[in-house]
Write a protein that binds this ligand. Structure first.
Ligand code: CUA
Length: 157
């Protein structure tokens, strides 16, 4: 049987599309991609947050040199702490988790922007070179007072 030339072209084109789709999905699944959630901090049982040494006491801890760790609880509808202060020139690692529903922890004007999922600890490290003040916002709809969930991060001279 003789296959018409156009039919061959269409067959080839559809094969290219199928391979392309599979490649796209594969790349999305195993490639570097963009992660919505930083869960580098590992998992945590929401009922045992207070037993985790990082969240026993939320807030800023100086770990040496210019390095700081900040433990934050994102909960309906506030951050604990809601005011964070670190010195300029510091390297800050945030650990953020939620005891209730999914929130986000977004430091406006920086690349700190992660979902905060109950059961996961989001971890990210950022350097703050210049003094300044940043807003902290929840970008993930979390209920009636979602819009009131905010805080400030001050980088002081
Ligand atoms: Cu928390 Cu929106």
């Amino acid at each position: 049987m003789n296959i018409h030339t156009y039919e061959k072209v269409w067959l080839a084109a559809s094969m290219v599309l199928i391979v392309g789709f599979i490649a796209t999905i594969t790349y999305g699944a195993v490639g570097p991609g963009v992660s919505m959630i930083s869960d580098d901090g590992g998992s945590i049982d929401p009922s045992e947050i207070n037993d985790d040494e990082r969240f026993e006491e939320t807030g800023v801890t100086h770990v040496g040199g210019n390095e700081y760790e900040v433990a934050v609880l994102a909960q309906a509808w506030s951050y604990s702490p809601d005011e964070i202060e670190v010195p300029a020139g510091s390297e800050v690692t945030f650990y953020v988790t939620s005891p209730d529903v999914t929130h986000s922890f977004s430091v406006v004007g920086t690349n700190v922007n992660t979902m905060v999922v109950p059961g996961q600890v989001s971890e990210m490290t950022v350097e703050f070179d210049e003094p300044g003040e940043y807003g902290i916002l929840c970008n993930e709809y979390c209920g009636e007072y979602h819009h009131t969930m905010e805080g400030t991060l001050s980088v002081v001279p």
